[in-house]
Design a protein around this ligand. Structure first.
Ligand code: FES
Length: 269
């Protein structure tokens, strides 16, 4: 049987021994430059202290975190409050509803506005800071204004192998923006994104929270034009309508028509 450890010392055995750091080279001062002294006179230290003042007098620039808002002091739109309360009922712990609550805020205001977060916090009985920490953690929440329409082009491996980089470039060119920017008229925001979990329709994009794909040449331009006109976006490329995703329409992909899910009578056209 092969022994677990070789009997001879190995080349890297000494790597476990702590080593002395190499000596620091002498500092060569530039001409005219003087090194800071290692010590300062005690009197100077006192003067410095007097100039700075005691620590307590330094103003606290961050301030106290906002408390849980008093529900009687915050006017929350009825529909928003109802949606958040419905989400809270689904969980034993109210904080678990933070994500659906923030979605509700973002859908209503276009992004997670400070006032929207405060309204959600008042309904949930948590601090606005708590909801803000959730909103800033997740990429899909926006804590600053974004375009009216959101185009997130997946550039992860499956989509990338099927031309996602070019697709993102096409969207940006059609919109006239760099990735991660909004058009001047505030209509369309375009950015690349990590895997959106719909690799089977690569290359794909999420447009206003709906999945579309697989995209073909020239379709990015069509989409941007449709978004700017507030027209319906490529209905034949919308994932949710396909039978495989539980929708009413047949997929354009003939492989899917053979799937048992699509053999239910009336689901495949
Ligand atoms: S790699 Fe694009 S959706 Fe997964």
């Amino acid at each position: 049987m092969t022994p677990l450890l070789p009997k001879q010392p190995r080349d890297w055995d000494d790597a476990r021994e702590p080593r002395e750091p190499p000596p620091m080279p002498d500092r060569q001062d530039e001409p005219g430059e003087t090194s800071p002294p290692d010590t300062i006179p005690a009197k100077l230290a006192v003067e410095e202290l007097e100039r700075t003042g005691p620590v307590e007098s330094i103003p606290d620039e961050v301030g106290e975190p906002a408390p849980v808002p008093d529900p009687s002091e915050v006017d929350v739109p009825r529909a928003l409050a109802q949606e958040i309360r419905r989400a809270m009922k689904r969980y034993p712990e109210k904080r678990s509803a933070s994500i659906p609550a923030l979605w509700a805020v973002q859908r209503r205001y276009g992004w997670c506005t400070p006032e929207g977060i405060r309204e959600a916090a008042a309904v949930m009985g948590v601090t606005p800071g708590y909801l803000e920490s959730v909103a800033t953690f997740y990429d899909l929440f926006h804590t600053s204004p974004q375009g009216e329409h959101q185009v997130l082009v997946c550039t992860n491996i499956s989509c990338w192998l099927r031309g996602a980089d070019q697709l993102l470039a096409d969207f940006c060119e059609a919109a006239g923006v760099e990735p991660g920017a909004t058009t001047e008229d505030g209509k369309v925001f375009v950015r690349g994104f990590e895997c959106l979990g719909a690799c089977d329709i690569a290359p794909m994009a999420s447009i206003d929270e709906r999945y579309y794909g697989p995209f073909e040449d020239g379709e990015a331009e069509t989409v941007i034009d449709q978004l700017k006109r507030n027209a319906e976006v490529l209905p034949e490329k919308r994932l949710e309508d396909r039978a495989i995703a539980g929708g009413p329409k047949a997929s354009a992909d003939k492989r899917l028509t053979k799937h048992s899910v699509n053999k239910v009578k009336g689901r495949v056209g």
